[in-house]
Design a protein. Structure first.
Length: 152
C-alpha cells in the first residue's frame, strides 16, 4: 500500500474519531468541522425516521440539543476504510453510553451501532458527507435521549 493511501486512511479514521470525541466534549465547533456543508443522514433505526439531507450546521445543532445535558461516551472501533480517489467509506462500530446526571435512577441509555460514514477529500482535509447508523441494540431508558424514538 502506498504512503498516501496509508495517510488518507489514518486521516479518515481520525475524522470519524474526532466527531465522536467532539460530541463527548460538547465541542460543537469541532463537531461541525468534521462535515461538508451539507450532510445526508440516516438514523432511522434509532429515531424511526428516514434518511434526510440537511446543512451540517443544522445537523450539529440537533446533536447539541439532544446531548448537551447528558454525559456521554462514544467509543468508535473496528474502522474499515475503503478508498476511491477523493471519496472514501469508513465502516465502524460505536458503543454510545449516555447518562442523565439529573436523574437519580433509571438514568442511562446505551446504544451499540454500526456506522457507515462517507467522506470526501476537501482542501481542509477529509470531511464526512453522509452518516448511516444501524442499531444492533439499545439498552436502558430511551426517555433520557430526545433523539431516540422511544423518547417521544
Amino acid at each position: 500500500m502506498e504512503l498516501q493511501a496509508l495517510a488518507d486512511r489514518q486521516a479518515i479514521v481520525d475524522t470519524v474519531v474526532r466527531w465522536a470525541s467532539a460530541l463527548d466534549a460538547k465541542d460543537w465547533a469541532a463537531a461541525r468541522s468534521c462535515f461538508t456543508d451539507e450532510v445526508e443522514t440516516d438514523y432511522g433505526d434509532l429515531r424511526g425516521t428516514g434518511a434526510e439531507r440537511l446543512s451540517a450546521d443544522a445537523f450539529v445543532e440537533l446533536r447539541r440539543r439532544a446531548l448537551e445535558r447528558l454525559t456521554t461516551h462514544h467509543a468508535s472501533t473496528n474502522h474499515l476504510v475503503t478508498l476511491d480517489g477523493d471519496r472514501a467509506t469508513c465502516a465502524s462500530a460505536m458503543l454510545i453510553h449516555r447518562l442523565d446526571p439529573a436523574r437519580a435512577a433509571d438514568n442511562t441509555f446505551d446504544t451499540l451501532a454500526h456506522y457507515t460514514h462517507t467522506l470526501v477529500r476537501t482542501p481542509q482535509g477529509w470531511r464526512i458527507s453522509r452518516v448511516r447508523q444501524a442499531v444492533a441494540w439499545n439498552r436502558g431508558n430511551a426517555a433520557i435521549h430526545s433523539g431516540a424514538a422511544g423518547a417521544r
